[in-house]
Ligand binder design. Structure first.
Ligand SMILES: [Zn+2]
Length: 290
């Protein structure tokens, strides 16, 4: 048993401490058993039919495979109840790990492109978020991210436009930031700067992914001006409190990189600040986080 003179193990401390989760994707966080249940009830034929098979399928190979899994998971979500369930269960997981506040990334345009209406997905997410708050005393905030690797300039623009539109509209229902995700190769961040300008003007924060597969040029693309102009050295992509790139943990940890070696540990503290200021109203555990 620990006492003031006997330090607890770091694992025990991390389990017990109230935490804020700042980089997590809802679609990638669905419980495996729930995913199987959703696939079955919505008639989606997944590459795996049981938990063992899912575990094997989830094993990280490369970023493209990672994205492929992500899209298959999205196909399993059809009804408002599906979205409510995954948001509610995410809240339950937060409570089980004593995570009191989370900024949760969700990719609206992928669901939109699969024919799911906004009131279906957002209505479900909002009900799940409310139930989780009421039952577990946890706070979920949303980061809606633009998917960068949509082929075809017209579709790409339409889906980016849809995302920033629903993000701004959703600010009253917990959206705090606009993100940018997906395959980086061939899809640099600079063309998306105008969408971030719109989001920032509306009061959202900016949390693009950058550097996961392309490395420094992608980070630099976010850090430079939208047109690379010297008189405008920081684009809208780079102006949130969490400036520039926040590495996604999943590919690294799934790829076997120990947490102790994760590059996130080298990011300066101010850059790791949450997109939304944590205050007592938003985050019940805030006073204990300090
Ligand atoms: Zn990520």
């Amino acid at each position: 048993m620990s006492s003031p003179t006997t330090p607890a193990s770091i694992e025990a401390y991390l389990r017990a401490a109230p935490k804020a989760e700042l980089h997590v994707h809802l679609e990638g966080s669905i419980r495996p058993a729930t995913l199987l249940q959703l696939a079955q009830r919505n008639g989606v034929d997944l590459p795996a039919r049981d938990l063992g098979g899912l575990r094997e399928w989830f094993r990280y190979r490369d970023f493209d495979h990672f994205v492929e899994i992500y899209i298959e998971i999205t196909r399993c979500l059809r009804n408002s109840e599906d979205y409510e369930l995954i948001a509610y269960e995410f809240g339950a997981e937060m409570a089980s790990q004593n995570i009191r506040y989370a900024e949760v990334t969700f990719s609206p345009s992928t669901h939109h492109a699969l024919g799911v209406a906004q009131d279906v997905w957002f209505g479900g997410l909002s009900r799940g978020r409310e139930r989780a708050r009421a039952e577990f005393d946890v706070e979920i905030a949303w980061v809606f991210d633009i998917v960068r690797n949509v082929p075809g300039p017209e579709d790409n623009r339409e889906r980016a436009d849809y995302t920033v539109g629903v993000a701004i509209e959703g600010m009253r229902d917990g959206v705090v930031a606009l993100g940018l995700g997906g395959v980086e190769v061939g899809y640099p961040p600079e063309p998306f700067a105008p969408y971030f300008e719109r989001a920032l003007a509306a009061g959202l924060h900016s949390v693009p992914h950058a550097g996961e597969t392309v490395g420094p040029p992608s980070v630099w693309g976010c850090a430079q001006g939208a047109e690379g102009r010297e008189d405008r050295p920081r684009s809208a992509l780079h102006r949130g409190p969490r400036a520039g790139s926040v590495p996604c943990r999943a590919p690294h940890t799934a790829g076997g990189l120990p947490y102790q070696q994760h590059p996130a540990r080298r990011i300066p503290e101010p850059v790791r600040a949450p997109a939304a200021p944590l205050d007592r109203g938003r985050c019940p555990g805030h006073s204990q986080l300090r």
